[in-house]
Design a protein around this ligand. Structure first.
Ligand SMILES: CC(C)(COP(=O)([O-])OP(=O)([O-])OC[C@H]1O[C@@H](n2cnc3c(N)ncnc32)[C@H](O)[C@@H]1OP(=O)([O-])[O-])[C@@H](O)C(=O)NCCC(=O)NCCSC(=O)C[C@@](C)(O)CC(=O)[O-]
Length: 325
């Protein structure tokens, strides 16, 4: 897809439908599903341990906004990520709403078994396109991490649990620098062939631009259909919304975002939060795309968690919001 054919400022629901018609026949061009990652990605980097009750309250409030997917926690080692040490308490404590999925991160079979025991119905495995990042994040190379996922996918299938896959460092790594699209394709293909129903492409440190996103998506969408891809854009360099816009142009209709832009990865030096969900929803609605999210309710949830954390929202829309127009 070239810039010349679809001028970005004129991307609307109608032009998106047209632009993606050849790329994928099965996307619903006017609907975008938001994967809210605030309770997991948003909080995992918080130095001060938050009470499980606050996390549960956050998830319950998010459940009232119309979101259909809310990543609840991660079943990783508490020695590595202390903030997620209350994973089972959080997953057991939330009021699950029918029609909403509450996936949790599981890096290995031990994490999967604990997640299953706590009632997980969807999990996510997380790989990376960079060995250096993977070693820092999960103490395994990219290929070794993939091997740890095989038993997770097998056990998930046996237990009727859906598995989402992440690929981190899709355009840049804090330790290796620029990442070649071919390295991303390799991991995306491995996760897809293993049985992940959706692959989320993570710009972990938010260094991507519409240029590097396009170069990466040109190759990745040749390997896996856009309907089975999501984007996960951190906003460190202020490019997240632009990068999401580019991914829509490729037919991607699933966008990860974090309420009030919370977040970062403890093992990705300098990474700031994700695209703020409020900002993403505002942009999508302004383009005539549907998300099922009530923006006003979401704004209130953003204000709740920012008050709990004692800091202003990273969402420009939240800061500017004076009520529905
Ligand atoms: C993967 C490990 C566990 C390997 O860590 P390891 O030390 O290599 O693991 P091990 O198998 O050698 O076991 C060492 C100890 O950890 C325990 N252990 C082993 N597995 C688990 C588990 N699942 N849950 C709880 N405990 C576990 C195990 O039982 C043992 O306990 P000990 O005998 O010492 O008491 C570790 O490196 C880890 O937990 N890493 C997590 C890193 C993380 O959570 N990073 C943030 C999420 S990724 C991210 O944010 C990026 C993303 C997804 O958002 C997308 C993007 O932005 O790009």
């Amino acid at each position: 897809m070239s810039f010349a054919r679809i001028p970005i400022p004129f991307l609307t629901c109608r032009s998106l439908a047209w632009s993606t018609a050849k790329r994928t026949a099965t996307t619903t061009p006017c609907e975008v599903r938001i994967v809210e990652v605030g309770p997991r990605d948003g909080l995992q980097n918080e130095p001060k341990l938050l009470p499980a009750a606050t996390k549960i309250e956050l998830i319950n409030r998010l459940s009232g906004t119309g979101l259909k997917t809310i990543e609840a926690t991660s079943f990783v080692s508490a020695k590595w990520v202390p903030q997620m040490g209350d994973n089972a308490e959080v997953l057991r404590g939330i009021s699950k709403v029918r029609g909403i999925s509450y996936p949790v991160l599981t890096p290995n079979i031990k994490g999967f078994e604990s997640a299953l025991a706590a009632g997980a119905e969807e999990v996510a495995v997380f790989g990376a396109a960079s060995d250096a990042f993977s070693l820092k994040n999960v103490n395994a190379t990219a290929a070794q991490a993939i091997e740890r996922f095989r038993p997770v996918l097998k056990a998930a299938k046996e237990n009727g649990v859906r598995v989402r896959g992440y690929v981190s460092t899709i355009v840049g790594c804090p330790y290796e620098g620029a990442i070649a699209p071919s390295a991303v394709v390799k991991v995306v293909e491995a996760l897809y062939e293993m049985g992940c129903y959706e692959i989320s492409l993570g710009d972990t440190i938010g260094v991507g631009t519409p240029g590097s996103m396009r170069r990466m998506l040109d190759e990745v969408t040749r390997a896996v259909p856009a309907k089975d891809l999501a984007v996960h854009c951190h906003d460190t360099y202020g490019q997240a919304l632009s990068n999401i816009l580019v991914s829509l142009d490729y037919g991607i209709r699933v966008v990860d975002a974090s309420v009030s832009g919370l977040g970062g990865c403890p093992y990705a030096r300098g990474a700031s939060g994700n695209a703020a969900t409020e900002d993403v929803v505002y942009m999508l609605h302004g383009m005539g795309l549907q998300t099922s999210v009530d923006l006003d309710k979401l704004i209130q949830v953003g204000r709740y968690i920012c008050t709990e954390l004692g800091r202003p929202s990273e969402s420009k829309v939240n800061r500017a919001w004076k009520g529905p127009q």
